[in-house]
Ligand binder design. Sequence first.
Ligand code: ADP
Ligand code: MG
Length: 295
Amino acid sequence: MAALIAISMPARGEWVGDARPMMGTEVSIRLWHDNAATGEEIVEQIFAEADRIDRLMSTYKDDSRISEINRLAATHPIVAGDELFQLIRRSLDISVLTRGAFDITYDSVGQHYDFRKRQRPDQATVATERQLIDFRFVELDQAAGTVRFREEGVRINLGGIAKGYVVERGVSILRSRGVRNGIVTAGGDSRLLGDRRGQPWMVGIRDPRADGQVAISVPLEDEAISTSGDYERYFEEGDTRYHHIIQPSTGEPASGVRSATVFGPDAVITDALSTSVFVMGVDQGLRLIATLPDY
Ligand code: ADP
Ligand code: MG
């Protein structure tokens, strides 16, 4: 009898979601819920969380905590707050792991780019500012929860890891609300919760040189995936493409790779690693990934 009832009932639940411009990119959420109204409310909760994280971590907002750190941390230690402190700590760990390919202090040079206005730092500016790119200039005091810079002029920017963090926070909210199938995406970073109800999610990886076209589609479940490319934010001058991923050792945009994709369990890590592998190049990058069994 129970089986008969189950068969005769219409499928309960539906997909809900939305995509919105945020954090200089697009944040999108899709989830399955028995009750559409509750589903929509969860979607709003995740957008609100993304907005909160952006306000905390954006260097484009003068009143964010990270902007305060960039203004004052060379003068005295600044209390970061637990969440920001932990993400900076994880960023520094990844700098050690990647031998400096990933470095949140890239921003001493990075701040001089404005891709919309086709602005870039001149040779002299790069030569001076790149000396301030070194994650060892960032000093964390775990007990006090503070950040201090060892040199005047050091700046940090979490652009290479914050979107992964937004994605992870989004998936935590999905879980805590009992959702079993969903996807949270922020720019090039996604995490899939469960499958697409009976079939895997198909995640398209963009062709870096054919606008809007997908190079390959990958079937995935319960996995994070991040792509870093030289086509998101860039402009060209002659044969040179100036884009947003900086090689810390030169202070210039990293060359050699057009697009790097990393899979693994945690979107914070896949985000930072896709940026890292892009900087490290094919040989070094693949060697690093080979040492990380989950990625
Ligand atoms: P997207 O922002 O397109 O998702 P990434 O995840 O690769 O791409 O992040 C690129 C961003 O990372 C840049 O816009 C910049 O904020 C930051 N970044 C650039 N170079 C580095 C670097 N060497 N180490 C850490 N972060 C970087
Ligand atoms: Mg990244």
